[in-house]
Design a protein around this ligand. Structure first.
Ligand code: NAD
Length: 290
C-alpha cells in the first residue's frame, strides 16, 4: 500500500496524548486500503499546550480532517468554525472535518453506540434506558440517544467531578429535546434497582470491569437484571466484563464495546471520505471476531 502513496493522498490526523497505543491508525488505514481510496491516517502526540498550533497546522497543511482524543476533546471546540448539535450539547468533539478551510466538529462516539444497537436489532427509540457513568463516553451516548429519540434516560454517576457536569448537560437536554433526562447518585441502590426495572436497556459507561477494575461490576445482585433487559458495556477489553457475565447468566441479550468502537470509526470514515466502512472485513482483520 505504502508504495501507492502519491501526491494526491489526503491526510487524516489523530491529535491526542498519550496516543501511541491507539488502535485507530491501524483500523482507519485498513479501511482505506480495502476501499482503495487515497487517504492515510497518522497519530500525532498533541497535548493541550500544543493543540492551538496543531489546529492551525491542520488548516495550513489542508488535512482532510482529524480525530481528537484525550485530553483535547473539550478544548478543541473553541478552535473550530462549526459544531454539530451533539457537540454543542456535550461540549466534546472527537472528529474534525475540514471542508475547504471550514472546520466542523463532530462527536461519533454516541453515533457509534446508537448504530451498534441498530445493527444488533435493538430498538431503543421511544423507550427508556439506564446508564452507569457519564464521563466522555457516557455523555456522548446520553446526548446522541436524546437527540435520536430515546424517551427517557436515567443516569447514575458517583459524586465526583463528572456529576455536576452531567447535571448541566441533562438540563440542556431537558430544555432542548423531547427526552426526559434524570441524574441520580450511583450510591442510591434502591433507585438504581427501580430505574433498571422500568428500562429497556442498561449501559455501563464506566471503567468498572476493565483494568485495574477487571472482574468487578457495578451490578452485583443478578435479580436487578430481568431476562428481557438488554445489557451493553462500553468496555471492549475484556470482551466479556463481569457485568456482561452476570447479565448473560440471567438470560439478557448482551453487547460489548467492540461494536461502538467500530461504528464510531465507520462514522468518521463516512464524514471524511463519504464511503461506508467494510465493518466485517475490519472485524476479521483486527481479530475482533475472536
Ligand atoms: P472518563 O474518565 O471520561 O469517565 C469515567 C466515568 O466512570 C465517569 O462517569 C466516572 O464517574 C465513572 N467512574 C470511574 N471510576 C468509577 C468507579 N470506581 N465506580 C463508579 N464509577 C466510576 O472515561 P470514558 O472515556 O468515558 O471511558 C469510560 C469507559 O468507556 C472506559 O471503560 C472506556 O474504555 C470505554 N470507552 C469505550 C469506547 C468504545 O468505543 N467502545 C469509547 C470510549 C470509551
Amino acid at each position: 500500500m505504502r508504495e501507492n502513496i502519491d501526491g494526491h493522498f489526503l491526510l487524516i490526523g489523530l491529535m491526542a496524548y498519550p496516543i501511541r497505543h491507539s488502535l485507530s491508525p491501524q483500523m482507519q488505514n485498513t479501511i482505506y486500503a480495502k476501499l482503495n481510496i487515497p487517504y492515510v491516517y497518522l497519530a500525532f502526540e498533541v497535548d493541550q499546550q500544543k493543540l492551538p498550533d496543531a489546529v492551525k497546522g491542520l488548516r495550513a497543511l489542508g488535512l482532510r480532517g482529524s480525530a481528537v482524543s484525550m485530553p483535547n476533546k473539550q478544548l478543541v471546540c473553541q478552535y473550530l468554525d462549526k459544531l454539530t448539535p451533539a457537540v454543542e450539547m456535550s461540549g466534546a468533539c472527537n472528529t474534525i472535518s475540514n471542508e475547504d478551510g471550514v472546520l466542523t466538529g463532530y462527536n461519533t462516539d454516541g453515533i457509534g453506540y446508537m448504530r451498534m444497537l441498530k445493527e444488533a436489532d435493538v430498538d431503543i427509540i421511544g423507550k427508556k434506558m439506564t446508564i452507569l457513568g457519564a464521563g466522555g463516553a457516557g455523555t456522548a451516548i446520553i446526548v446522541q440517544a436524546a437527540l435520536d429519540g430515546v424517551k427517557e434516560i436515567a443516569i447514575f454517576n458517583q459524586k465526583d467531578d463528572f456529576y455536576p457536569k452531567i447535571e448541566a448537560v441533562a438540563k440542556k437536554l431537558n430544555e432542548n429535546t423531547d427526552c426526559k433526562v434524570y441524574v441520580y447518585d450511583l450510591a442510591d441502590k434502591d433507585k438504581l434497582r427501580s430505574e433498571i426495572a422500568s428500562s429497556t436497556l442498561l449501559c455501563n459507561a464506566t471503567g468498572v470491569g476493565m483494568k485495574p477494575l477487571e472482574g468487578q461490576s457495578l451490578i452485583t445482585d443478578p435479580t436487578m437484571l430481568r431476562s428481557d433487559l438488554i445489557v451493553t458495556d462500553c468496555i471492549y477489553s475484556p470482551r466479556k466484563t463481569k457485568l456482561l457475565e452476570i447479565a448473560e447468566a440471567q438470560g439478557c441479550k448482551t453487547l460489548n464495546g467492540i461494536g461502538m468502537m467500530l461504528w464510531q470509526g465507520a462514522a468518521q470514515v463516512k464524514i471524511w471520505t463519504g464511503e461506508d466502512a467494510p465493518i466485517d472485513y475490519v472485524k476479521e482483520k483486527m481479530g475482533f471476531n475472536d
